[in-house]
Design a protein around this ligand. Structure first.
Ligand code: 5AD
Ligand code: SF4
Length: 469
């Protein structure tokens, strides 16, 4: 066991939860219990869902895709944009009938949505057939909450505003066998004015470095080849601890772990991306040459309104520095279109940044008003049709650039980590380059989990095709 820091949930409490795992297992004894887990949002939610699956497996549940045969249906939710919330409400509404037919079936809602008081009230009022509501800070308490719901037959609501502690040693059942998510810190301190994350995920809390390294060493031993270190802003990793180990130090340590061949990380806030991190990415052979660096907007005026703490010029300078230091680096980004008050001129700045940086890929979002954030109170909201029209223009420019960047790889030899059979075509294998581009190619399934050399012979906007050399 590694050193346990004082920012962790106590060993006693984690043991208590293990007892509830046992109690639920006893309740289910002799019965085949199935769960269906629906995950929305970012990779951190995916990683949380892997923990939920891990706990459920130990409680004797097996996963099913079929809602009709589920004894437990869970929604692990996201609230970053309104659309994600509307989808969940839609699903909850359509479950009303099934719950009437199967009253013993448990419906649970957790994740970022439920950290908002008004959402919990809305669910209790409009979707009273929901049995269990919990949040992001008490995920580790799921065994106890599920046990209460099962044994009392009553609705259980347990949401915490406080978020002081980090829970270690929650069981996990990972989705993938080749690459693994490793959350290194929780929360965000940045309060970008459009974003709800700091309100629902709390302030930054880093995991103890030893615990992270221990988890990754185990992954290496289990045969995992790639890890992605996750946090809302990984660049501020460790600032809340007294270990003296920052993010670039952590990367250097992970780089030494045997078995692991590739290291990725996300997300980096441009204001906190240090020279030391650039050096670590350049020097550590396992750290892939890819940085996800959300710009959000191109106009310095809008960036100031967004509370991003950098200007267009500073962002472009940072990009130049990264490109000059890290050979062949790929940059991807997040962009919001239609932030309140965004003019045509401001939007031109966004297009200008996109053309200058030539991102390999951009995740583009229509601004979505989030109650409780400063931007939601602004009077000068951009009309939907204007947002959509700008969005289309942005996508057109970005798609052309993504394709042109990919074209440079035609006839080139790239290193691919083979992840599995392609999701869209069962006859081909699929993997990624170090720069995170998807490559599809014909090959034997024995190659899964291996690094192979592939010559690229066909280019698409979102993926590449090639043959193994
Ligand atoms: N509207 C639209 N996009 C948003 N994002 C965060 N908040 C909002 C919002 N209110 C985007 C940002 C962030 C990504 C995860 O989601 O681009 O980087
Ligand atoms: Fe949201 Fe900004 Fe924090 Fe990212 S850095 S999670 S956009 S507040």
């Amino acid at each position: 066991m590694g050193r346990r820091g004082n920012n962790c949930v106590s060993v006693e409490e984690m043991n208590r939860q293990r007892e509830f795992i046992y109690l639920v297992k006893e309740l289910n004894k002799g019965k085949l219990k199935k769960f269906q887990l629906n995950t929305y949002g970012c990779q951190m939610n995916e990683n949380d869902s892997e923990r939920l699956s891990g706990m459920l497996n130990q409680m004797g549940y097996i996963e099913t895709e079929n809602i009709g045969e589920s004894d437990l249906i869970i929604y692990n939710t996201c609230c970053v944009r309104e659309n994600a919330e509307l989808k969940v409400y839609g699903h909850l509404g359509s479950l009303k009938r099934l719950k009437r037919e199967k009253p013993d079936m448990i419906i649970a809602v957790c994740g970022c949505m439920t950290q908002q008081k008004e959402v919990v009230e809305h669910i209790r009022e409009k979707y009273s057939h929901v049995d269990l509501i919990f949040g992001t800070h008490n995920l580790y308490k799921f065994p106890e909450l599920l046990y209460s719901a099962l044994s009392s037959g009553e609705s259980i609501v347990d949401i915490w505003d406080s978020y002081g502690l980090v829970a270690e040693d929650i069981p996990i059942e990972r989705k993938d066998r080749v690459k693994a998510w490793v959350t290194i810190m929780y929360g965000c301190n940045n309060f970008c004015s459009y974003c709800i994350v700091p309100y629902v995920r709390g302030r930054e809390r880093s995991r103890q470095p030893e615990r992270i390294l221990e988890e990754i060493r185990e992954l290496g031993q289990e045969g995992y080849k790639e890890v992605t270190l996750l946090g809302q802003n990984v660049n501020s990793y460790g600032k809340d601890l007294d270990t003296g180990i920052g993010f670039s130090d952590l990367l250097r340590e992970v780089n030494k772990i045997s078995g692991i061949e590739r290291i990725r990380f996300m997300t980096s806030h441009p204001k906190d991306l240090s020279d030391d991190l650039i050096a670590a990415v350049r020097d550590c052979e396992k750290v892939c040459e890819h940085i996800h660096l959300p710009v959000q907007a191109g106009s310095s005026r809008i960036l100031k309104e967004m509370n991003r703490k950098y200007t267009k010029e500073q962002y472009l300078e940072l990009v130049d520095k990264i490109k000059n230091s890290i050979n062949g680096v790929a940059l991807t980004t997040d962009i919001i279109v239609g932030y309140p008050g965004e003019t045509e001129e401001d939007f031109d700045d966004t297009l200008d940044v996109v053309r200058k940086v030539r991102f390999d890929m951009a995740y583009t979002f229509l601004y979505s008003k989030r109650t409780g954030t400063p931007a939601a109170n602004k009077e000068d909201q951009v009309p939907e049709d204007v947002k959509k029209e700008r969005f289309e223009r942005l996508i057109e420019v970005q798609n052309r650039i993504s394709r042109e960047n990919n074209e440079k790889l035609l006839d080139e030899e790239v290193e691919v980590l083979v992840e599995g059979v392609s999701k869209t075509n069962k006859n081909v294998l699929s993997g990624r380059t170090r720069t995170n581009k998807i490559v599809n190619f014909k090959g034997n399934e024995e190659l899964i989990g291996k690094l192979v050399k592939v010559r690229i012979n066909k280019i698409q906007t979102w993926s590449l095709e090639g043959t193994v050399i």
